[in-house]
Each structure stands twice: as structure tokens, then as C-alpha cells.
Design a binder for this molecule. Structure first.
Ligand SMILES: NC(=O)c1ccc[n+]([C@@H]2O[C@H](COP(=O)([O-])OP(=O)(O)OC[C@H]3O[C@@H](n4cnc5c(N)ncnc54)[C@H](OP(=O)(O)O)[C@@H]3O)[C@@H](O)[C@H]2O)c1
Length: 309
């Protein structure tokens, strides 16, 4: 089968579509025929080797995590899935999968769920990483309650747009940041207020916020400490936390990494209800994956970037 592999870290010139032999599924592995896979910012970070100290790849490495397809075979310990099921989930090699950018992928059954209703493969593939990150942040890290005021940085991004929708579902007052056509997007998603980060400093206008979800990092994260009320909670999915600063301000701060068990199932419920809607930007064939990586790195596409094998 064809797979997008790298044998060294580097820029997009290290990407190549290669013929790969995939073993039959063992244990709790599920083999899926991939219909669609999606890019995340992490994929470019992994390819470049920027994360190799914490998340080393073993070469040759098939890239990609977000995946959707049809079950082709199951390992002897798999109970929840059968051949022919439409499934989606996370095929990252770091999490025990064989990589998503390929014609077939082996995925631990715990990283998969059935695609709800008639959601398309491309829409389903666009959601696992960003959607579970948002569900984990809003429901598990922040435990958002009705009437609370939440600031979500990067509400127009993949994580942010799912988080804005879920925060509104929880009855929160949602303030966010975006730029360009992202400003209208977050308003359509239900945000109560939005700051254009290219022209306005949110920190000069916001005070006494109950909760912050930081999906931008850098200066945006640093300024987020100052807008929270004492007793408030800040979760970042990208930056490092400053515990001393949090202690002095009476804040709870969380650096959110992996998601809890069961969060993919929770996301599936929200997708089934239409409470969270996917946003696909464009689609590339596997052979043009380098262009897909270039698009995510240049941030030239609004919505998720899909690769179809
Ligand atoms: N810890 C985890 O488990 C986890 C999981 C998923 C993602 N992440 C990380 O979370 C971050 C967001 O991921 P994503 O998939 O949502 O990315 P994305 O779709 O590319 O969204 C990026 C967001 O950041 C905004 N933005 C870009 N540059 C900015 C700046 N200089 N100042 C303020 N806002 C800016 C964008 O706004 P406009 O497009 O409107 O300009 C957009 O809303 C990434 O760093 C990713 O690696 C972490």
C-alpha cells in the first residue's frame, strides 16, 4: 500500500509516497481502509523534528494522526468494531497507530469510534485531534458552567472553533480572538464578542474572566493571566505554564496534553447532535501531501486540510 513517509527530519522535501507492507492486525488493533486523513499543526512540527526530544519518530515513519475510513480487519482482542464499520480516530505512531497518511492504517481500538450518522469521511477525519482537545479543555479542564465568562484565544482555528461551539452549549459568555474572515466565522459560531488580534489588544479590554482556553500561546498566553479573576482557571494546549505567576494571582493553570479516555466518544455525541460542526477547508491527494503541508505552514487555508489516499 502507499504511505506518506519520511526517513529523516526536514522541510517538505523529505516527504515521499512509498510502498509499504502493513502487517495483519494483532491484539486490539483495527485495520482500516483510509478514506480521508487530516493535517494538524503538530504534523509539520513532527516532520521538521522540532518535537523530537519529547516525541521522537522511528524511521521510516508514516505521518498523520486524524483518520477516517472503513474497518477492513480486526485483531483477536477487538470487541467493539467489525469489518465494514465506518470509523474515525487517531492513527499517530506516537499513540500506537501506523500513521494516517496512507491507504491503510492500523489503529488501537481505543483510539477509534464509529462515525456518527451520515457524517462524511472528510468531515469525520477533520475532527479527532482538534475536537477532543476542545472537549477536554471545556468540559474536563475548565469544567465550564452556565453564566461563566470564558476567553478562548484563536476561536477561528480548529481547536478554537470547536471550543467556541461547546462553550456556548454550556451557557457561557464567550469572548475570542481571530483575524480576517475568521472574525465572521466566530460570530456565526455564537461568540458573544471577538477581538481582531491584528489591531486590538484583548488584554486592554477584558477583566474578571472566569476561564481561559489558550490555543495560541506566546504573548496571548502571557497576557491571559492578567484578565482572569482570582480563583479563575487557565488551560493552555500549546504554551508552558508559569506556576509562580499563577500562584501569586490565585489562579489554577493547566498545561493540557493527552486527552482522557472516553473523550472521543463524547466528541462523537456532539457531532451526532450537530452541537459541534466540522469545517473542512480543502482536500489534497496523497501525492500532493507536500502542498498540504505547505498550506498548513503558511496558514493559507481556512478550515481543516484533508489528504485523500
Ligand atoms: N495539546 C494538544 O493536545 C493540542 C491539540 C491540538 C492542537 N494543539 C495546538 O493548538 C494550537 C491550535 O491548533 P489548531 O489546530 O486550532 O490550529 P489552527 O487551526 O491553525 O488555528 C490557529 C488559530 O490561531 C490564530 N492565530 C494565528 N496566529 C495568531 C497570532 N499571532 N495571534 C493570535 N492568534 C493567532 C488563528 O487566527 P486566524 O486564523 O483567524 O488569524 C487561529 O484562530 C496549535 O499550536 C496546535 O499545535 C494542541
Amino acid at each position: 500500500m502507499r504511505a506518506l513517509q519520511i526517513t529523516e527530519y526536514g522541510d517538505n522535501s523529505v516527504l515521499s509516497v512509498t510502498d509499504v507492507l502493513l502487517a495483519a492486525p494483532t491484539g486490539d488493533q483495527v485495520l482500516i481502509d483510509v478514506e480521508a486523513a487530516a493535517l494538524n499543526p503538530l504534523d509539520a512540527t513532527l516532520r521538521a523534528g522540532y518535537a523530537q526530544a519529547l516525541m521522537p519518530l522511528h524511521f521510516p515513519a508514516t505521518l498523520g494522526g486524524d483518520v477516517a475510513g472503513v474497518v477492513a480487519a480486526v485483531g483477536p482482542d477487538v470487541t467493539g468494531f467489525a469489518v465494514g464499520d465506518r470509523v474515525y480516530g487517531n492513527a499517530y505512531t506516537l499513540l500506537g497507530g501506523s500513521g494516517a497518511f496512507a491507504e491503510r492504517a492500523l489503529v488501537p481500538s481505543g483510539n477509534l469510534a464509529r462515525i456518527p450518522g451520515d457524517l462524511s469521511f472528510t468531515d469525520a477525519a477533520s475532527m479527532p485531534v482538534a475536537g477532543t482537545t476542545a472537549v477536554e479543555a471545556i468540559d474536563h479542564s475548565l469544567k465550564l458552567r452556565p453564566g461563566q465568562k470564558v476567553f478562548i484565544s484563536g476561536g477561528s482555528g480548529a481547536v478554537g472553533s470547536a471550543a467556541v461551539q461547546l462553550a456556548k452549549l454550556r451557557g457561557a459568555h464567550v469572548v475570542t480572538t481571530a483575524s480576517g474572515d475568521g472574525l465572521d466565522l466566530v460570530r456565526e459560531l455564537g461568540a458573544d464578542a471577538v477581538f481582531d488580534y491584528t489591531s486590538t489588544d484583548f488584554a486592554e479590554h477584558l477583566r474578571d474572566v472566569d476561564a481561559v482556553l489558550d490555543a495560541v500561546g506566546g504573548a496571548s498566553l502571557e497576557k491571559s493571566y492578567g484578565i482572569l479573576k482570582r480563583g479563575g482557571t487557565l488551560v493552555t494546549v500549546i504554551g508552558e505554564i508559569d506556576q509562580a505567576k499563577a500562584d501569586s494571582l490565585g489562579l489554577t493553570v493547566i498545561r493540557q496534553g493527552a486527552q482522557s479516555d472516553g473523550v472521543l466518544a463524547e466528541l462523537t455525541g456532539y457531532l451526532a447532535d450537530g452541537a459541534i460542526t466540522p469545517r473542512v477547508g480543502c482536500t489534497f491527494p496523497l501525492e500532493e501531501a507536500a502542498a498540504a503541508f505547505a498550506a498548513i505552514e503558511s496558514r493559507s487555508v481556512r478550515g481543516k486540510i484533508i489528504v485523500v489516499p
